[in-house]
Design a protein around this ligand. Structure first.
Ligand code: GLU
Length: 552
């Protein structure tokens, strides 16, 4: 069979050659050791934690080494394409501090290695499909859906592996004339790889390949034997083929992708070899897992776990620095140790390495994220947090924006409550929770949530508040203020010190803590809050007095 003639018959319009593309997309001029990484999301409109997790790895590898990180849109599956999805990808990642140097943008692309939308790269895929045909390493396959189903059923009944390979690849050796007459009859076809692999052997004789995975070390896996599809009937490439061509010509040095791609790695290796492209370093990341209610590890699921979607973190108002800090702790096992030694260093000073990544399932835990969020937020100045709250509310809770805008000085005092000093309070976690935590500072959101201690009668509560109001002086310092509370309590039969009460509970109705709880509830609506005196200073005299008055 004249393979060149077949190549021309199938691809009459392909004029560029391998040489042309090698010249158009030369090796990048980067410093030695610089890494080129990419994110290759499909534009499905859903961007998830796994994308962000992988993007952090890509971003760090590239930017730590003076390399390039680019965005390639893998839009070869038009059934999954969602309008506006690219914008969602770019904006969501930007929010979390991920910036691309090159690649797809909202309205086009930047960079010399494009186009960066796979849908615009048809010619280049066809050029290399044509080349493989010309070398006899690929072929047109005319099998219909029904024929493929029949093959699968037969394979099942014989307990053989499914797929088109070896003896099942019945279109492998069609003659030129047969192919030509199929084409003339208008039969639809795909282009398949003619795999050299053979699995019809005793298992110990099946050839294996060894690959150095950046995260997993040496992988020894059986070679590919499947005649996988390279170009679909509509001429669009499959992931396998597009990945190999694109990562070669975009000069990717490190392919960071999820472990779900491990089973198809042998296909990619065979393709890189047949196309004589140098292989990038594959870094297969661990799946994100969570512990379910029963304590079992399972994969995060789109259906069951809202926290898989990046939108979740935007909606709740997680600070990007907190998410970044947390992801780094699950990405690199030595990060936490580094953080303890370098509490105030910018996170980008941490030397991220793929070798320190786990390869067995990274455990994602919202509680841990919240704990880390507290530590991260306590270091963010109140002015920045205030701006963050405003930005968040603009998008997700516009009804509170008027409370925040123009009230920056008030908000900053609120946010700094108890945050200064040696043992700062760590109450602030994410925007939604912060607003919930501070909302009693705004009259419209102030409600009495808790009830007075059960040992304080209704009558005593009123007496406490009346005495408090009568003796209230906004200029009292903290000690003077507390002495007054003690005195009010003593007059009514409450121990001035909790330990006096503990010693002789029969002598008292309760202690000073119960008295201040009554005041706290009148002012904050809650039995738990930061320091009352400090809160009063922020609320101001008028608001303080009026809240007490209302409870009497
Ligand atoms: N388009 C693939 C995905 O959405 C990208 C995989 C890769 O990074 O190679 O998972």
């Amino acid at each position: 069979m004249d393979h060149n003639k077949l190549a021309d018959l199938l691809f009459p319009n392909i004029s560029r050659s391998r040489q042309d593309y090698e010249e158009m997309f030369p090796e990048r001029k980067l410093p030695a050791g610089a890494k080129v990484t990419r994110l290759g999301p499909s534009p499905t409109g859903f961007i998830h934690l796994g994308n962000l997790y992988g993007a952090f790895v890509d971003e760090r590898l590239a930017h730590q080494s003076g390399g390039t990180f680019y965005l390639r849109i893998e839009d070869t599956d038009d059934k999954r394409y969602v309008e506006g999805a690219v914008e969602v990808i770019i904006n969501s990642l930007r929010f979390f501090g991920i910036h691309f140097d090159e690649g797809a943008t909202i309205d086009g692309h930047i960079g010399d290695y494009g186009p960066y939308y796979q849908s615009a790269r048809g010619d280049i895929y066809q050029c290399f499909a044509k080349e493989l045909i010309a070398k006899g390493q690929a072929y047109p396959c005319f099998l219909t859906e029904e024929e493929i189903t029949a093959i699968r059923e037969k394979q099942e009944s014989l307990k053989e592996n499914p797929g088109i390979y070896g003896k099942w690849a019945v279109n492998r050796d069609l003659s030129f004339e047969e192919i030509e007459s199929n084409l003339n009859a208008g039969k639809s076809y795909v282009i398949r790889l003619k795999s050299d692999g053979n699995h019809d052997l005793p298992s110990e004789e099946i050839k294996t390949i060894s690959i150095e995975d950046g995260i997993r070390g040496t992988l020894t896996i059986p070679e590919n034997n499947q005649d996988v599809i390279l170009l679909k009937a509509n001429g669009i490439p499959t992931y396998h083929f597009a990945h190999v061509v694109d990562d070669h010509f975009m000069r990717t040095t490190h392919v960071v992708r999820g472990a779900e791609w491990l089973p198809s790695l042998p296909i990619h290796v065979e393709l890189f070899e047949k196309l004589h492209f140098a292989m990038p370093i594959f870094c297969h990341t661990a799946q994100l897992m969570k512990l379910d209610e029963e304590g079992n590890k399972r994969k995060l699921s789109k259906r069951k776990d809202p926290e898989l979607s990046l939108d979740y973190y935007r909606n709740e108002g997680y600070h990007p620095a907190a998410v970044r800090e947390y992801l780094m702790t699950i990405l690199n096992s030595n990060f936490e140790e580094w953080r303890i030694a370098n509490p105030d260093s910018p996170i980008d000073e941490f030397d991220f390495t793929v070798e320190k990544m786990s390869n067995s399932g990274a455990l994602f835990d919202l509680n841990k994220l919240n704990d880390i969020g507290k530590d991260v937020l306590v270091k963010i100045p109140a002015a920045d947090l205030c701006q963050f709250l405003k930005d968040w509310s603009k998008e997700f809770k516009p009804e509170i924006l008027p409370l925040l805008e123009g009230q920056e000085a008030y908000i900053e005092k609120i946010l700094d409550l108890g945050r200064t000093g040696d043992k700062p309070r760590k109450d602030l976690i994410y925007a939604k929770q912060i607003f919930e935590f501070i909302r009693y500072f705004f009259d419209d959101y102030f409600v009495i949530e808790d009830s007075n201690p059960s040992n304080v009668s209704e009558e005593d509560a009123k007496a406490i508040l009346s005495a408090y109001l009568a003796s209230y002086d906004h200029h009292d310092d903290q000690a003077q203020w507390f002495d007054k509370i003690r005195a009010i309590g003593s007059d009514l039969g409450y121990a001035a010190k909790p330990k006096d009460y503990k010693k002789n509970p029969d002598l008292y109705k309760g202690h000073v803590g119960d008295v201040s709880t009554v005041i706290r509830i009148a002012l904050m609506g809650r039995s738990q809050s930061p320091d009352i005196w400090e809160i009063q200073q922020i609320l101001g005299e008028a608001r303080t007095k009026s809240r007490i008055q209302k409870r009497i």
